[in-house]
Design a protein. Structure first.
Lengths: 159, 276
């Protein structure tokens, strides 16, 4: 149990560091893939909705604290993403992971919810129309995150 | 009854936890300016900088030479001076002589490197490898050799957080240099915009926008960007001016912090007035 906790914390810290230092180098028009979201989705699919929701909340909390973002925005969005991904939880995680289309679809839906709520809660004074907001701050980051997830799952499969 | 409640809880516990956690997040959102929340944030940030220090020491192996850093600093200083010259050229002789007196002092620049970026069209923040040990204070303007990049919002011993132009919480007083038209410049999630400017104001595409003398946060005449578009609102009386920033915030790596806080100057002036 403790070993599992320490392992999760180390992975989280490594990914946070990676997300803030290396991932910006591959940004496209300010859009970057969200590694922490991939972690939340995988955790939620593996350990269930309840644990996934709480994990999403904690990941969001620490990401808000470390990145200097608005405290509460990533907390909210990642909690919701963890909850949504948890709907697809199965005892046999490999079953979901081996179905590439299903895994990428879950990742895309969770990423869409996460990035959209992060954008909406990030500022109440954003003056973009809703359709544009969905595309620029929801769909594009979600597609990029899903593609990154695809690359990850293909890499893991090859191994 | 107890059994029923227990069953109900077991069936709905995921939803109950979700609602509680979402409520906590929503309660925390308006508390961001709360002193205690700020304190927690600063502790968390300080502990995160420990990790950043490790990654930075690896990154330093591939960093630029000192000479290049000095050249960049010189570029930024020249950019500020050039902008000041432009300002002088646009003003009449009488005001120019007054301004000469006010702005004869040049600001000191602290060079720094961005070590982490929170990329977002809504909450753009950078972390830099300089802190209060280098003389950085909250509210100091951050520039590169092209223009304004952001403002310092959080300071630790060796690291600071910058709120960039790509952050919807970033608002500054700006001036369109040619016609001396003042307005509030902010990021609307897609563009840098100067809000509610009278449609009749003489503004052309390509006009330079700089920080205003009315700003209580930033010193005047720091270049912000160029006017690229004028969009009238529904009534047609007021317009929003779309600005293209001089600094490419997305690709910026080396930055400079202007060792100057306008609000302190204003504070001291106000104190002097009180003394009289």
């Amino acid at each position: 149990m403790i070993q599992h906790f320490i392992k999760t914390v180390i992975i989280f810290l490594f990914l946070t560091l990676f997300q803030l230092t290396v991932i910006p180098l591959i940004s496209i028009y300010n859009v970057v893939p969200d590694l922490l979201l991939i972690l939340v989705v995988i955790y939620s699919l593996k350990y269930g909705q309840l644990k996934g929701t709480v994990f999403g909340f904690l990941v969001g909390l620490f990401f808000d604290l470390f990145s200097g973002g608005l405290l509460g925005s990533a907390m909210f969005s990642k909690t919701l993403a963890g909850f949504v991904a948890g709907y697809f939880h199965k005892e046999e995680f490999e079953e979901i992971f081996s179905n590439l289309i299903l895994f990428i679809s879950i990742l895309f839906i969770s990423a869409l919810i996460d990035s959209l709520f992060y954008a909406i809660l990030g500022s109440a004074e954003v003056e973009l129309n809703f359709i544009l907001l969905i595309f620029t701050n929801g769909v594009f980051p979600a597609v990029y995150t899903a593609l990154f997830g695809l690359a990850y799952s293909l890499f893991v499969r090859k191994k | 009854m107890e059994l029923f409640l227990r069953k109900l809880f077991n069936k709905t516990k995921e939803y109950i936890v979700l609602v509680i956690l979402l409520l906590i997040s929503l309660i925390l959102l308006p508390q961001n300016s709360n002193h205690q929340v700020k304190k927690i944030r600063s502790y968390a940030f300080a502990s995160f900088t420990f990790l950043l220090n490790i990654s930075l020491s690896i990154d330093e192996l591939f960093s630029d030479s000192d000479e290049l850093a000095n050249q960049r600093k010189l570029n930024a200083e020249l950019m500020l001076q050039l902008n000041q010259m432009r300002e002088y050229a646009l003003e009449n002789k009488e005001i120019k002589s007054l301004l000469d007196f006010k702005t004869s002092a040049t600001s000191e620049l602290i060079s720094s490197t961005i070590v982490a970026k929170n990329f977002s069209n809504i909450q753009g923040n950078f972390i830099i490898n300089s802190g209060w040990s280098d003389g950085i204070l909250k509210s100091m303007p951050v520039i590169n050799n092209n223009g304004l990049v952001g403002i310092v919002t959080e300071v630790e011993e060796d690291f600071s957080i910058i709120r960039t132009l790509h952050n919807t919480s970033f608002r500054i007083a700006g001036t369109i240099q040619r016609g001396s038209i003042d307005g509030v410049v902010y990021w609307n999630g897609k563009n840098l915009v100067m809000h509610n400017i009278p449609t009749t104001a003489d503004i052309d595409r390509g006009d330079r926008v700089v920080t205003s003398t009315l700003s209580t946060i930033l010193p005047p005449s720091i270049p912000i960007g160029l006017v690229v578009k004028k969009e009238s609102n529904i009534s047609g009386i007021l317009s929003n001016i779309i600005i293209k920033p001089f600094a490419d915030v997305a690709s910026v790596k080396n930055i400079f912090i202007l060792k100057e806080i306008t609000s302190k100057q204003i504070d001291s002036l106000e104190l002097n007035l009180l003394k009289d």
